[in-house]
Design a protein around this ligand. Structure first.
Ligand code: AR6
Length: 168
Protein backbone atom coordinates (compact mmCIF):
# COMPACT_ATOMS: atom_id res chain seq x y z
CA UNK A 1 0.00 0.00 0.00
CA UNK A 2 1.22 3.49 -0.87
CA UNK A 3 -0.60 5.32 1.89
CA UNK A 4 1.55 6.47 4.80
CA UNK A 5 -0.22 5.66 8.07
CA UNK A 6 1.06 7.25 11.26
CA UNK A 7 0.02 8.17 14.80
CA UNK A 8 0.85 11.47 16.46
CA UNK A 9 -0.02 13.23 19.70
CA UNK A 10 -1.60 16.59 18.81
CA UNK A 11 -4.62 18.85 18.90
CA UNK A 12 -6.36 17.87 15.67
CA UNK A 13 -7.50 21.46 15.07
CA UNK A 14 -3.88 22.47 14.44
CA UNK A 15 -3.11 19.88 11.74
CA UNK A 16 -2.41 21.11 8.23
CA UNK A 17 -4.07 18.26 6.38
CA UNK A 18 -6.69 18.28 3.64
CA UNK A 19 -9.39 16.97 5.97
CA UNK A 20 -9.85 16.28 9.64
CA UNK A 21 -12.50 13.96 10.98
CA UNK A 22 -14.79 15.08 13.78
CA UNK A 23 -16.18 12.69 16.41
CA UNK A 24 -19.61 14.30 16.45
CA UNK A 25 -23.07 13.41 17.75
CA UNK A 26 -26.17 12.68 15.68
CA UNK A 27 -27.33 16.33 15.76
CA UNK A 28 -24.05 17.55 14.19
CA UNK A 29 -24.59 20.79 16.07
CA UNK A 30 -21.52 20.60 18.28
CA UNK A 31 -20.72 19.20 21.69
CA UNK A 32 -17.75 18.85 24.00
CA UNK A 33 -14.46 16.98 23.51
CA UNK A 34 -12.95 17.07 20.05
CA UNK A 35 -16.29 18.20 18.58
CA UNK A 36 -16.29 21.31 20.78
CA UNK A 37 -12.64 22.02 19.96
CA UNK A 38 -13.30 21.76 16.21
CA UNK A 39 -16.35 24.03 16.35
CA UNK A 40 -14.44 26.61 18.42
CA UNK A 41 -11.46 26.60 16.08
CA UNK A 42 -13.50 26.55 12.84
CA UNK A 43 -15.71 29.44 13.95
CA UNK A 44 -19.48 30.01 13.90
CA UNK A 45 -19.97 29.45 10.16
CA UNK A 46 -19.42 25.73 10.77
CA UNK A 47 -22.59 25.26 12.80
CA UNK A 48 -24.55 27.16 10.15
CA UNK A 49 -23.49 24.64 7.52
CA UNK A 50 -24.08 21.74 9.94
CA UNK A 51 -27.67 22.87 10.48
CA UNK A 52 -28.35 22.23 6.80
CA UNK A 53 -27.17 18.62 6.95
CA UNK A 54 -30.10 17.12 8.83
CA UNK A 55 -27.97 15.28 11.38
CA UNK A 56 -25.98 12.10 10.88
CA UNK A 57 -26.66 8.48 11.84
CA UNK A 58 -24.24 6.47 13.98
CA UNK A 59 -21.59 4.94 11.71
CA UNK A 60 -22.23 7.40 8.88
CA UNK A 61 -20.30 10.54 7.88
CA UNK A 62 -21.01 13.96 6.38
CA UNK A 63 -18.82 16.67 4.89
CA UNK A 64 -18.43 20.38 5.60
CA UNK A 65 -15.85 23.03 4.86
CA UNK A 66 -13.06 23.64 7.37
CA UNK A 67 -13.67 27.41 7.69
CA UNK A 68 -11.00 28.91 9.99
CA UNK A 69 -9.15 25.61 10.43
CA UNK A 70 -5.91 24.89 8.59
CA UNK A 71 -7.73 21.82 7.19
CA UNK A 72 -9.86 22.55 4.11
CA UNK A 73 -12.57 20.04 4.97
CA UNK A 74 -14.19 18.46 8.02
CA UNK A 75 -15.66 14.99 7.79
CA UNK A 76 -18.15 14.58 10.62
CA UNK A 77 -18.87 11.06 11.79
CA UNK A 78 -20.81 9.70 14.75
CA UNK A 79 -19.25 6.85 16.67
CA UNK A 80 -21.17 4.33 18.76
CA UNK A 81 -21.59 4.70 22.50
CA UNK A 82 -19.75 1.78 24.16
CA UNK A 83 -22.29 -0.50 25.86
CA UNK A 84 -20.03 -3.48 26.53
CA UNK A 85 -19.31 -4.52 22.94
CA UNK A 86 -22.34 -6.73 22.27
CA UNK A 87 -24.49 -4.08 20.62
CA UNK A 88 -22.80 -3.79 17.26
CA UNK A 89 -20.22 -1.28 18.46
CA UNK A 90 -17.25 -2.77 16.53
CA UNK A 91 -19.11 -2.78 13.20
CA UNK A 92 -20.42 0.74 13.76
CA UNK A 93 -16.99 2.10 14.70
CA UNK A 94 -15.42 0.42 11.67
CA UNK A 95 -18.15 1.95 9.52
CA UNK A 96 -17.23 5.45 10.81
CA UNK A 97 -13.70 4.98 9.48
CA UNK A 98 -14.83 3.39 6.18
CA UNK A 99 -17.44 6.05 5.43
CA UNK A 100 -15.07 8.89 6.35
CA UNK A 101 -12.38 7.45 4.08
CA UNK A 102 -14.92 7.12 1.27
CA UNK A 103 -15.76 10.82 1.57
CA UNK A 104 -12.04 11.60 1.44
CA UNK A 105 -11.74 9.50 -1.73
CA UNK A 106 -14.72 11.25 -3.31
CA UNK A 107 -12.95 14.57 -2.69
CA UNK A 108 -9.75 13.14 -4.23
CA UNK A 109 -7.73 14.64 -1.39
CA UNK A 110 -4.32 13.47 -0.21
CA UNK A 111 -4.33 13.61 3.58
CA UNK A 112 -6.80 12.97 6.37
CA UNK A 113 -6.47 12.91 10.16
CA UNK A 114 -8.72 10.98 12.54
CA UNK A 115 -9.25 11.55 16.26
CA UNK A 116 -9.81 8.49 18.50
CA UNK A 117 -13.52 8.26 17.63
CA UNK A 118 -15.84 7.10 20.47
CA UNK A 119 -13.03 6.71 23.02
CA UNK A 120 -13.80 9.85 25.06
CA UNK A 121 -17.31 10.63 26.24
CA UNK A 122 -18.67 7.60 24.35
CA UNK A 123 -16.45 5.28 26.43
CA UNK A 124 -15.02 2.90 23.81
CA UNK A 125 -11.86 1.23 25.24
CA UNK A 126 -8.85 2.66 23.40
CA UNK A 127 -7.10 -0.69 22.88
CA UNK A 128 -10.13 -2.13 21.10
CA UNK A 129 -10.95 1.08 19.24
CA UNK A 130 -7.40 1.62 17.96
CA UNK A 131 -7.27 -1.89 16.52
CA UNK A 132 -10.56 -1.35 14.69
CA UNK A 133 -9.35 2.01 13.37
CA UNK A 134 -6.06 0.58 12.11
CA UNK A 135 -7.79 -2.42 10.51
CA UNK A 136 -10.37 -0.26 8.75
CA UNK A 137 -7.67 2.02 7.35
CA UNK A 138 -5.50 -0.95 6.31
CA UNK A 139 -8.43 -2.55 4.48
CA UNK A 140 -9.21 0.73 2.75
CA UNK A 141 -5.60 1.06 1.66
CA UNK A 142 -5.72 -2.28 -0.17
CA UNK A 143 -8.05 -0.57 -2.67
CA UNK A 144 -7.04 2.03 -5.23
CA UNK A 145 -6.73 5.25 -3.26
CA UNK A 146 -6.05 8.92 -3.86
CA UNK A 147 -4.81 9.27 -0.30
CA UNK A 148 -1.13 9.52 0.45
CA UNK A 149 -1.38 10.05 4.21
CA UNK A 150 -3.67 8.94 7.05
CA UNK A 151 -2.88 10.28 10.53
CA UNK A 152 -4.28 8.95 13.78
CA UNK A 153 -4.32 12.07 15.95
CA UNK A 154 -4.19 11.16 19.64
CA UNK A 155 -4.82 13.74 22.33
CA UNK A 156 -3.13 11.81 25.13
CA UNK A 157 0.17 9.97 25.43
CA UNK A 158 -1.71 6.82 26.53
CA UNK A 159 -3.80 6.85 23.36
CA UNK A 160 -0.69 7.34 21.25
CA UNK A 161 0.94 4.32 22.94
CA UNK A 162 -2.07 2.18 22.08
CA UNK A 163 -1.74 3.14 18.41
CA UNK A 164 2.01 2.75 18.29
CA UNK A 165 1.87 -0.72 19.79
CA UNK A 166 -0.81 -1.82 17.28
CA UNK A 167 0.91 -0.18 14.29
CA UNK A 168 4.17 -2.07 14.88
N1 AR6 B 1 -7.70 17.01 19.25
C1 AR6 B 1 -7.61 15.68 19.15
N2 AR6 B 1 -8.28 14.82 19.95
C2 AR6 B 1 -9.07 15.37 20.91
C3 AR6 B 1 -9.21 16.77 21.09
C4 AR6 B 1 -8.48 17.61 20.20
N3 AR6 B 1 -8.55 18.93 20.27
N4 AR6 B 1 -10.05 16.98 22.13
C5 AR6 B 1 -10.42 15.76 22.61
N5 AR6 B 1 -9.82 14.80 21.87
P1 AR6 B 1 -14.67 12.73 22.47
P2 AR6 B 1 -16.47 10.61 21.53
C6 AR6 B 1 -9.90 13.33 21.99
O1 AR6 B 1 -15.27 12.67 23.81
O2 AR6 B 1 -16.01 9.70 22.57
C7 AR6 B 1 -18.98 15.17 21.97
O3 AR6 B 1 -19.70 15.91 22.91
C8 AR6 B 1 -10.32 12.74 23.30
O4 AR6 B 1 -9.23 12.76 24.23
O5 AR6 B 1 -14.39 14.06 21.87
O6 AR6 B 1 -16.62 10.10 20.12
C9 AR6 B 1 -19.79 14.86 20.73
O7 AR6 B 1 -20.66 15.91 20.40
C10 AR6 B 1 -10.66 11.31 22.86
O8 AR6 B 1 -9.47 10.56 22.72
O9 AR6 B 1 -15.59 11.95 21.37
C11 AR6 B 1 -20.51 13.61 21.11
O10 AR6 B 1 -21.66 13.88 21.87
C12 AR6 B 1 -11.24 11.52 21.45
O11 AR6 B 1 -10.89 12.87 21.08
C13 AR6 B 1 -19.52 12.87 21.98
O12 AR6 B 1 -18.68 13.89 22.54
C14 AR6 B 1 -12.72 11.35 21.34
O13 AR6 B 1 -13.35 11.87 22.52
C15 AR6 B 1 -18.64 11.96 21.16
O14 AR6 B 1 -17.86 11.18 22.01
Amino acid sequence: MNVRVSAVQADITTLKVDAIVNAANTSLLGGSGVDGAIHRAAGPDLVHECRLLGGCKVGEAKLTAGYLLPAKHIIHTVGPVWRGGEYGEPALLSSCYRNSLQIAENLAIGSVAFPCISTGIFGYPIDLASRIAIQAVAEHCTMKSNLSEVIFCCFSATDLEAYLSSLK
